[in-house]
Design a protein around this ligand. Sequence first.
Ligand SMILES: C[S@@+](CC[C@H](N)C(=O)[O-])C[C@H]1O[C@@H](n2cnc3c(N)ncnc32)[C@H](O)[C@@H]1O
Length: 241
Amino acid sequence: MFTFTNQFISNDNNVEFLKANMMGPNAMRVAEELASYLNINEDMRILDLGCGCGLSTLLLTKKYGASVFAADLWICPTENYERFQSIGIDDKTVPISVDATKGLPFANEYFDLLFTVDAYHYFGDKTEMLPSLIPYVKKGGYIAVAVPGLKNEFGKNVPLEMQPFWNDEMERTLRSLDWWKDLWSKAKGIEIVDSREMACCKQAWDEWLTSPNPYAINDIDMMKAENGKYYNLVQLIAKVI
Ligand SMILES: C[S@@+](CC[C@H](N)C(=O)[O-])C[C@H]1O[C@@H](n2cnc3c(N)ncnc32)[C@H](O)[C@@H]1O
């Protein structure tokens, strides 16, 4: 399943690139697992929403030859353009600044696939977000999301060992697979075709902890306390009907 990611990190320079550009659980590996449930090809136009530094964009362009609009809020498009030039994917990508909560600057039915890795939980936790995104995807196209989450909802019973790390943003964004399925089942115009816990969960989190990113260093003690008991990666795929 992870042929591209494993091949990519067999080169030491690529490992440094990956460590420098991860912003959470290894987005290239997570993207590769999510993509394995879709039929992506070089004729497709994909919106990579919340692309961050573009690790998922790199996977979609290099492994599948797809054209990708790499859209993000925090990372400036010029920075992504320079990065895309440095890795030879600038001809396949359009870096663009968007805030998904403010509406997207695209035509209706423009994309074959809306793909989002480790970002949707920041902006997609309200009932109205999914219906606001559906119009940008062609009928018969797909919306595919992978997000960090929980094996089971904590509710008010945050485990003792997690309490030093838990905060309001985590409470809002880290949800169980059932929670996401319930939210998505309220949307009209889609059919949920896949929802599951992801196989790469431990590996993607472990790879993130090797990054020099201060957030990764900060996460080391949290992941030691968590010890594989609570955190998850969940994916949902919906077909636009
Ligand atoms: C943890 S980073 C992950 C980025 C990338 N997909 C990855 O996995 O490396 C989360 C990303 O979500 C993006 N994001 C958060 N809120 C957003 C919004 N309202 N609209 C678009 N992107 C958003 C941020 O800009 C950030 O780059």
